[in-house]
Ligand binder design. Structure first.
Ligand code: IPE
Ligand code: IPE
Ligand code: MG
Length: 262
């Protein structure tokens, strides 16, 4: 991947971003970045286009940011693509989004593989078509042996739903006598979440100006830093992404304790 950045095909801007980020000390870099990709509809409206054109454009942004994360050696990138609440949208918009996922997997799987990315989906499966589920499983299986960045796509995902599913799994285990209720601690609980094995979220980015979590990663973001921008997702750039990372590097994280003495 560094070859790609430093060699053929790497633009001046990309090289600049990598060398800028190189200056950030390792222990000030987020391991897990989560993005609420919001504002596709508003972007489209601003261009005089229909909402779905914003989603199509948003996919292009996702591609660029995913590659930027690979180039910057981010360990885990989680993106919010479709919430458990997004089923409330008009059917044609929901269908368009489902088709976009399917196309994205067809078109981008090779590139993800070339970048050594491991893919995972967070969320529930019911409601998705059999054909899409098959494609999702095949993509996850194909990339499972990679050792690069973990790329989580939250699709049909809700933080409350995830926590309830985890509670049900543990309750069933307790009922079957496999685990004692008092043994359910943070580690056990995390092991049955969709993000099992990932480090906690360090940084949540939300585009498009709304200041809320919208049911995203409620457990995992317990101590995350937040970074908001007015920019709509289709206009979000790798440069602005690195701005967020550099801002994160300057945050004082106390985790309930006190500042470290210099
Ligand atoms: C985010 O953009 C994408 C999804 C929720 C799928 P929106 O579609 O929410 O765009 P706005 O918020 O209406 O502008
Ligand atoms: C959050 O955006 C979900 C995704 C980005 C997929 P929404 O646009 O659905 O959130 P609300 O409805 O404004 O809270
Ligand atoms: Mg929105």
């Amino acid at each position: 991947m560094w070859k790609k950045i430093l060699g053929f095909g790497a633009s001046k801007e990309e090289q600049d971003l990598v060398s800028l980020y190189d200056k950030v000390p390792e222990d000030r870099r987020p391991r897990h970045v989560a993005i609420i990709m919001d504002g596709n509809g508003r972007w489209a409206e601003g261009q005089g286009l229909i909402r779905t054109a914003g989603h199509a454009q948003g996919v292009k942004t996702l591609e660029r940011i995913m590659e930027t994360c690979v180039d910057l050696h981010i360990e885990v990138l989680t993106v919010y693509a479709f919430s458990t609440e997004n089923w409330k949208r008009p059917r044609p918009e929901v269908d368009f989004l489902m088709n976009l996922f399917s196309e994205y997997l067809d078109k981008k799987i090779q590139k993800m593989d070339d970048n050594h990315v491991r893919l995972r989906f967070l969320g529930r499966e019911d409601g998705m078509s059999e054909a899409l589920l098959q494609k999702m499983h095949a993509a996850v299986d194909r990339l499972a042996g990679n050792d690069g960045m973990v790329f989580n796509i939250a699709a049909n995902y809700g933080g409350q739903d995830e926590i309830l599913r985890a509670a049900q799994t543990l309750a069933a285990r307790a009922k079957a006598g496999e685990i004692a209720p008092e043994d359910i601690d943070e580690d056990v609980f995390e092991s049955v979440l969709d993000t099992a094995g990932d480090p906690p979220v360090d940084l949540v980015i939300r585009t498009s100006g709304d200041l809320r979590l919208s049911n995203f990663l409620l457990w995992q973001a317990a101590y995350a830093e937040f970074w908001f921008t007015q920019t709509n997702w289709p206009d979000f750039t790798p440069e602005e992404f690195v701005d967020a990372l550099v801002d994160f590097a300057h945050r004082k994280r106390r985790f309930g304790g006190l500042d470290k003495k210099k």
